[in-house]
Design a protein around this ligand. Structure first.
Ligand SMILES: [Zn+2]
Length: 254
């Protein structure tokens, strides 16, 4: 039986000073297997070390890393996992090398990093371990994948940015689409058909029952500190945007 822990929770924070890129990082433990899904942005590297330490793990203990896709906020810390097989869809590597010109979250240096890692292709139907399998969920990017996991007799899906938050369910499509709108919509439907429990890229895990979504766990409050020692700290304004502006900039599929 697999166990699924969140090492860093995903949030959808943006600011007028740039985006935080706080994606979720999940750890699946199954016997001796230690499988990470996504590695997060460099800004959370210290937090990732701490989260691993809290499980008595170091990066060397991770045997497998699954990357949902190659946007920087989901994979910048992959270089830490030198012992791990890095599983990703071959079409995503191709996308990272030739991204949509409007997609500022993809970068050639990510593909270059994969060339130095033990990267291996995976796609729809591949089994990573007993009860842990891959489904193709393209649309957000060209080769996005999600991970279906059996936990405690229930199926949960780790969805990355194919279903980044609860808001995606009502919209039927993620707020960011850089590859194909039809694929993105079909991927959301496919994910919703797969399970009732979701571990999204930029939200806390949640369960769907009927029309109701319930967050399962994760911090309800976070702290922001201005470390300006000379005083005159900048004030912060906080608001919750319940109608996020979408960024749908798909490319024509070949
Ligand atoms: Zn993304």
């Amino acid at each position: 039986m697999a166990r699924l822990d969140i090492l860093t929770y995903g949030f959808a924070f943006i600011s007028d000073q740039g985006t935080f890129g706080f994606s979720s990082i999940s750890l699946i433990t199954q016997g001796y297997r230690k499988i990470l899904i996504d590695t997060g942005p460099a800004s959370r590297r210290q937090l990732l070390y701490k989260a691993l330490e809290s499980k008595n793990l170091s990066p060397e203990d991770i045997d497998t890393v699954i990357l949902t896709h190659l946007h920087w906020d989901h994979c910048q810390n992959t270089d830490l996992f030198t012992n791990a097989r890095i599983l990703l869809h071959p079409r995503e590597l191709d996308y990272a090398r030739n991204p949509n010109a409007g997609d500022v979250n993809a970068a050639w240096y990510i593909a270059a990093m994969m060339d130095k890692m033990k990267a291996e292709p995976v796609s729809e139907g591949d089994s990573v371990a007993d009860g842990i399998s891959i489904i193709d969920t393209p649309g957000h990017t060209k080769g996005h994948i999600s991970v279906v996991v059996e936990i405690d007799g229930e199926t949960a899906t780790v969805t990355g940015d194919a279903l980044p938050d609860t808001g995606t369910i009502a919209r039927g499509v993620p707020y960011n689409v850089f590859w194909d709108m039809k694929d993105a919509r079909e991927s959301v439907e496919k994910i919703l058909d797969t399970s009732k429990i979701f571990y999204p890229g930029h939200d806390r895990p949640f369960r769907i029952e009927g029309q109701t979504t319930t967050h399962l766990h994760g911090p309800s409050q976070i702290e922001v500190v201005d470390s300006n020692e000379g005083g005159h700290a900048t004030a912060l304004a906080y608001r919750v945007d319940s109608h996020r502006r979408v960024n749908h900039d798909p490319v024509q599929k070949e």
